[in-house]
Design a protein around this ligand. Structure first.
Ligand SMILES: Cc1cc2nc3c(=O)[nH]c(=O)nc-3n(C[C@H](O)[C@H](O)[C@H](O)COP(=O)(O)OP(=O)(O)OC[C@H]3O[C@@H](n4cnc5c(N)ncnc54)[C@H](O)[C@@H]3O)c2cc1C
Ligand code: SF4
Length: 495
């Protein structure tokens, strides 16, 4: 029986972060271990309110009050089982998820005492699960059916684990030299150290998932080959087509690059790997860095630039400064609010400027960028299209010798893989599917960012699980794997 008064006795507290100068001297994760006392106290703030809106807000439908109570009573192994019942990779979500569940917690009602620290409880459960050792599930009776998963991000890996546990033979194809998708080569170690991916991959391997890295399906392996070898295919290829500004004056100058190019190079360097041919290692050391964009990718570039010892870093956002607290008239509880989100990278330094647009990149006379020309701007939306109105007379220059474009993604990449299947991208650059996650090509399914567009790890896992359930049914199985979301589900927002 949960403690109905825990939240009255204990205020919301999150674990400490390592001091900024210390964490800038390495690439390790920012948060210190929470400690048993803090996490049990915080789990005890959950009153099991009876109508857990947190379930609804979590795309995985994590059974949050159940594991809060198990943690409060020190039943750590049972808590890990309850967590794994809905989430293949809590070690990813516990570190990376923006926690829409917490915005929907009853304790987060405006004027209330503040949400349960759900994400931290989740993280502590799985940290203990790793320390105890992840037990592979025993082999399921083999169905004789073979599934190819293209892409090893969280969507592909979640689907692979679900399908192998249902008795299918699963092979994951990944064009990179290592598995994990954006979690491996996009997200820096200070948010998620790669040992967590490796530890989970050991479990998937022990359960029978086959991995083939360095295979660019559609190029190094033909679609025809794939179709003859497998009964079903899941496209979990992400939304990696980066948005660029090819027509911006000065875009061709040296020193201007896509954020992902920079992040991949930085992640490879931290892993002790050679730079990839398409992602040259350009350090920010001693440079004036301008990051264009306001999302996760931009914040990751900021943290990387500081660790590379940039001389200065300015992050530019087109939109106005969001409010510091939930605006009830716009985003009533329990929806996900538009808020000024301050990540650990922001407390490490740098400057954020809002409501500014970049007009051009200025040359140093030797073919490299020396500054960006910016102006204040107002953004509006007309018939769904974004319209920018620069304010006359506010134009100015900002010194820059490294400019990182973190302005979003334009869907899954076009190319031989999609051409081979005869699939075309929709207007958003993603792949459409029916209610059973099947594309217009029979036996070919889609999940994760390739379907949803650039999103979140929690959605990728949820879609991977749901697509696995659909593939399992398509292959004639009666396993009835869980399917937490449908292809048309959307985050809990007021918009
Ligand atoms: C810099 C950055 C930071 C982020 N930070 C966060 C965060 O803090 N929290 C959060 O929740 N989300 C974050 N995200 C978003 C999150 O990483 C993605 O939503 C998630 O990884 C999508 O998973 P996915 O499996 O659909 O695709 P991906 O992770 O993109 O994986 C797709 C994989 O498919 C492979 N592939 C593509 N085509 C082929 C082919 N033809 N053959 C073989 N392999 C192929 C790719 O190489 C890639 O490995 C971030 C994203 C970025 C870019
Ligand atoms: S996965 Fe994200 S939304 Fe779900 S419980 Fe964990 S932190 Fe909350």
């Amino acid at each position: 029986m949960p403690d109905p008064t825990g939240f009255l006795r204990h205020e919301r507290r999150t674990p400490a972060r390592r001091p900024v100068p210390v964490r800038l001297s390495d690439w390790r994760e920012v948060y210190l271990d929470a400690g048993e006392h803090l996490i049990r106290e915080q789990a005890g703030r959950c009153m099991d309110c009876g109508v857990p809106f947190c379930h609804q807000a979590c795309p995985l439908g994590n059974r949050i009050p159940d594991w809060n109570e198990l943690v409060r009573t020190s039943a750590w192994a049972e808590a890990a089982d309850a967590l794994h019942a809905t989430n293949n990779f809590p070690e990813f979500t516990g570190r990376l998820c923006p926690a829409p569940c917490e915005s929907a917690c009853v304790l987060a009602i405006p004027g209330g005492p503040g949400a349960v620290t759900i994400k931290q409880v989740e993280l502590e459960i799985i940290n203990r699960g790793f320390a105890a050792g992840l037990t592979p599930s025993g082999p399921a009776p083999y169905t004789g059916r073979r599934v190819a998963v293209i892409g090893s991000g969280p969507a592909g890996l979640a689907a692979a684990q679900q399908l192998v546990r249902a008795g299918h033979a699963v092979t994951v194809f990944e064009r990179d030299d290592a598995l994990g998708g954006l979690v491996r080569y996009g997200i820096p170690d200070f948010k998620l150290e790669k040992r967590w991916i490796d530890g989970r991959l050991e479990q998937l391997g022990a359960e029978g998932v086959q991995f083939r890295t360095g295979v660019n399906v559609g190029v190094g392996m033909s679609v025809a080959e794939l179709r003859t070898g497998f009964d079903a295919v899941l496209l979990a290829t992400g939304a990696l087509a980066a948005r660029d500004v090819p027509n911006a004056p000065g875009r061709e100058l040296a020193g201007i690059q896509l954020a992902m190019t920079h992040l991949v190079a930085a992640n490879r360097a931290v892993a002790g790997l050679q730079a990839a041919a398409d992602c040259p290692d350009v350090s920010a050391e001693g440079k004036h860095v301008v990051i264009i964009g306001g999302g996760d990718t931009a914040a990751d570039c900021l943290g990387v630039a500081h660790r590379q010892r940039a001389a200065s870093v300015v992050q530019l956002d087109l939109y106005p400064t969001p409010p510091g607290e939930r605006d009830e008239s716009r985003d009533p509880w329990p929806t996900w609010p538009w808020l000024l989100r301050t990540y650990p990278a922001h407390e490490e330094g740098g400057e954020r400027r809002f409501a500014v647009t970049v007009q051009s990149f200025l040359a140093d006379g030797r073919g490299a960028v020396r500054a960006v020309r910016i102006a204040n701007a107002t953004v509006s939306h007309v018939n769904g299209a974004r319209v920018m109105a620069p304010h006359a007379g506010t134009e100015r220059e900002l010194a820059a010798d490294l400019v990182l474009l973190a302005i979003g993604f334009e869907g899954t990449e076009p190319g031989p893989l999609l051409d081979g299947f005869g699939l075309t991208r929709n207007a958003r650059g993603t792949l459409d599917c029916g209610p059973d996650w099947q594309t217009t090509v029979p036996g070919v399914f889609v999940a994760g960012d390739a379907h949803r567009g650039a999103s979140l790890v929690v959605w990728a896992i949820a879609e991977g699980r749901s697509a696995a359930a659909a593939i399992d049914a398509y292959l004639g199985s009666t396993t009835r794997l869980p399917a937490p979301v449908t292809p048309t589900d959307r985050p809990l927002t007021a918009a």
